[in-house]
Write a protein that binds this ligand. Sequence first.
Ligand code: DOR
Ligand code: ZN
Length: 428
Amino acid sequence: MTKLIRGGRVLDPASGLDDFHDILIEGGVIRDLGPAGSLDSKANASTEIIEADGLWVVPGLIDLHTHLREPGEEYKETILTGSRAAAAGGFTSICCMPNTKPVNDNSAVTDFILRRAAEADLVRVFPVGAISQGQKGEVLAEYAELKEAGVLAISDDGQAVMNSQLMRRALEYAQVFDLPVISHAEDRDLAGDGVMNEGLVSTRLGLREIPSVAEDVMVFRDCSLAELTGGRLHIAHLSSAGSVELIRQFKARGVKVTAEATPHHFTLTDEALENFDTNLKVNPPIRSSKDLAAICQGLADGTIDAIATDHAPHSSIEKDVEFDYAAFGMIGLETALPLTLRLVEQGILSPLEALRKLTCNPASILGVELGRLSSGLQADITLIDPLREFTVDVNRFRSKSRNSPFHGWNFKGCAVMGFRDGKVIFRI
Ligand code: DOR
Ligand code: ZN
C-alpha cells in the first residue's frame, strides 16, 4: 500500500528544499521525493492520494520537552492523551521528562513508558532519564541501564541540580553513553519561593519574585562544566536575556552547548500576569519585554537551536487556586506550531528557520535520524495549512488538561494531518 502526497509546498530545513514536490510513501518510509507531478507514474490503483494543494509538507515536528504524567499522575495526562495532543499539534516525536511518579531513573520506568507509547501507537515517545536517583540531586542515576532501556538524554528537569560536583560527574559519565545532559538551569536559593519574574510587574502585583540571575548563574555554571568536561549540554527553556548572551559566548568558544526556548517565553511578557491567571505561572517564569526580545534575537541568529513546548499538564486542583499556591506549568503541544508561525508572520524567522527549530535541530540534539525529508527515511511527515484561521478552545484540546493561557486566542496556521512511519496519526 503506497501513499502519494501531491501538490504541496515541501519545506525541508535540513536540505534547504522549499519547492512544490510530491512524496511517495511505501512501507512506512519515504520511497521517493520529486518535483510536483514527477511521481504520478509510480502511483498505482491502490495508491492513496493525499492532495496537498495550498499546504506545507514538512518533516514531523519533534518536541524536546514534554511532561507526560504517566506513571503516577494520570489524572493530568496519560501517555495516550499526551500522544494524541502531540499528534494534533503536528508532532510525530516527543521527549518525555523524567519527573513522573516514580521518577524515570531506571529501566523499569523507561520500559513501562515505551510499552505504553507503543500501545498508543501514535507519536514516537523518547523517554528522558533522570540525572540523579529520584531527581534528588545526590547520587547519579545508572546511565548504562537507562541508555540500554532506550533513553536518548538525561535531565533532572523540574528540579535544578544544585550540586555542581554532581553536575560535573553527570556531564562526564553521560559522555560514555553519548547522552546529552539537559539542564533545568535554576539556582534554587536565588529563586527561593518566588512565583513570577522579578521586576516592576511583580512589585506592582505584590507577588514574590524569581530573578533572572537565578537562571543566568546556572547557565554559566553548566556551560563552564561542559567546557571543562567536553560533555554535551542542552539548556532547557531559556527565559532570560542574560542566558541567551551566555550561550552565544560559550558557543563562540566552541563549547558543545545547545538551547531551546518555549513558545510562551517568546510570545508573552510578565505584563500578562496582571489578571493573576495561574496558567501563566510557569518555571522559569515569563519575563520582561527585554528578555522576550533577546529570545527572539537568539532564535533568529541561531543561538537558540530549538523550540520546545515544556508541555506541563495540571488539573484544576493545582490551578484553580490562589497564584501563590498554583503549580508551575502550562500545556503547549497544541499551540506550539501556531505560536511559532507567528514568528514567521512577524518576520523574525523564515518558514525554513522556524521549522528547523522544530525538526532537524531537535533531531540532531537527540542523535536520531529523523526531522528531515529524504528517500529511504521513515515517513514522519506533517501537513500544515498556513492560512487556516481558528480560535483556541481549550475544551477541544486532546490533552487531558486545560491549563493554557491561550484560550480564545486567534491564530493563522496549524497542522492538518500527520504521518508517523507513513501511518496517519492525525487528521483535522
Ligand atoms: O513550569 C514547569 N512545569 N516547569 C518545570 O520545570 C516543571 C514543569 C512541570 O513538571 O510541571
Ligand atoms: Zn524545567
